[in-house]
Ligand binder design. Structure first.
Ligand code: LLP
Length: 441
């Protein structure tokens, strides 16, 4: 066994090289493929649990109390929600669907936070009926809806207000959320955030706990958090002085990056925790606040590293002097991220780990789009049809953003631990593809 193979830093923590073949969670991936086929997503339970523990320990080392809230949009799944619950984390949801999955997973409603820039009246009603812990208000429309719903129910709902601090975290524009030109949150700069706080404080059925912001995702730099925390706490002080606003909870959102390439590793959890904690404590001291409860909302960082996507090589097309396309049996239907964000992934030839990576190839998917490329110009060993390829760091936002484009069925998901693989999502069937269509003749 040799664990000095490339990409070990971005693979699940249980990854091993067993005689030149990749194994995760004690399961050799080629054996899993024999049983479950490809494309296949494999999640390592130990990695998820270990990262949950690290988040809780590292943040609470620097700041108490901190609550870690898993952002289920990264991968919303009943078994994962159960693991998150067992590890003592809270969760957030952004739609009635994610909420329904959480409730079906028996996740305690009081530990769920509801985000989203356009929650519907029905979604809000359902959330309140479930007894959801917190609703993070994102718009004036939502304030009106909540006031109306709560009046009918004569209930009091705990809420946070999402503010937008006009700070650029230098990530992809499509995943940047805290700048002025964003659909999310109440802008501090325009005065909307102040107006929102004023209005919410006047509504007796809303108990305002504090403020939230989310800058974007993934954020590889630490400084944007520091700048935003200072700016938002300064704003909170103004709200306290003008309107008697009390800050008992504060959330700088999520956005913690993971390594997609072993050459581009993000800060570790401890570094994020220290910087966020230090700047919150300093700002609280400067503006004379008792330190509020801190909530952080990692999504990608909790599940990203634990998931590996596995594909089988099919056709190989060499265009001399230009490029070699190695096509696999999945692609943009199960991982849209390279196509929309230009995200880069490492690729591993699962059964050829000990071989030299000396061929430059482009890994293309099977969907009918030229942009269906999973990894451009990556170095791999000699490949032939039937070889198995793995894309590490595929646990977040791949299955969650998957589609049935070209009527391709979505892949199954396995959870592995101690040599045992359990199916937690089966492969879709052609019947599934037709299950929502209604014939009218
Ligand atoms: N909290 C809020 C309010 C959010 O909007 C998000 C992500 C998170 C937490 C979790 O962020 P994370 O820790 O996972 O970075 N589809 C994109 C990512 C979109 C993230 C949207 N909001 C991608 O594949 O990169």
């Amino acid at each position: 066994m040799n664990n000095n193979f490339p990409d070990i830093n971005i693979l699940p923590i249980t990854a091993q090289n067993i005689n030149g073949a990749l194994s995760i969670g004690g399961c050799e991936l080629n054996n899993l493929v024999e049983k479950f086929g490809t494309p296949l997503y494999v999640y390592d339970e130990d990695t998820i649990r270990s990262i949950c523990k690290q988040f809780t320990a590292e943040f609470n080392k620097f700041y108490q109390p901190t609550k870690i809230e898993y952002s289920t949009k990264a991968f919303s799944n009943p078994v994962v929600n159960k693991i998150i619950d067992e590890e003592g984390l809270d969760i957030d949801v952004v739609t009635g669907g994610e909420l329904a999955v959480a409730i079906a997973s028996n996740f305690p409603p009081g530990r769920i936070n509801f985000h989203g820039n356009n929650k519907s009246e029905i979604e809000l009603q359902e959330a309140i009926e479930y007894g959801i812990g917190t609703i993070t208000i994102d718009s004036f429309h939502e304030i009106n809806l909540l006031e109306k719903i709560l009046k009918k129910k004569s209930k009091i709902q705990k809420v946070m207000i999402r503010v937008s601090p006009s700070i650029d975290p230098h990530t992809h524009l499509l995943t940047t959320t805290g700048i002025l030109d964003s659909k999310f949150g109440f802008s501090i700069e325009t005065g909307d955030a102040e107006e929102a706080i004023k209005r919410v404080l006047k509504i007796n059925s809303l108990e305002l706990l504090g403020v939230h912001f989310h800058l974007g995702s993934p954020i590889f730099e630490l400084d944007p958090y520091v700048q935003a925390i200072e700016y938002v706490i300064d704003f909170c002080a103004k709200m306290r002085d003008s309107y008697g606003f009390k800050l008992s909870r504060f959330s700088p959102g999520g956005g913690f990056a993971i390594g997609y390439l072993s050459t581009q590793l993000p800060p570790n959890i401890s570094e994020y925790a220290k910087v966020i904690s230090d700047s919150l404590l300093e700002s609280c001291e400067k503006y004379n606040f008792n330190p509020p409860e801190l909530i952080v909302e990692p999504g990608r960082a909790i599940v990203g590293r634990s998931g590996v996507a596995i594909y089988t090589v099919g056709s190989i097309k060499e265009i001399p002097g230009i490029r070699t396309y190695v096509s696999v049996d999945g692609g943009m239907g199960d991982n849209i991220r390279p196509a929309i964000y230009g995200s880069e992934y490492s690729v591993i030839a699962i059964e050829k780990i000990n071989q030299e990576n000396n061929n430059k190839v482009t890994i293309s998917g099977k969907f009918c789009e030229s942009g269906d490329i999973l990894a451009k110009d990556v170095l791999l060993p000699d490949l032939t049809s039937g070889d198995l390829l793995a894309l590490p760091s595929s646990g977040a936002y791949c299955i969650g953003m998957s589609s049935n484009y070209n009527m391709q069925v979505r892949p199954p998901v396995l959870l592995v631990k101690d040599g045992i693989a359990r199916l937690i999502k089966r492969r879709e069937t052609y019947e599934d593809l037709l299950s929502t269509s209604i014939n009218i003749d």
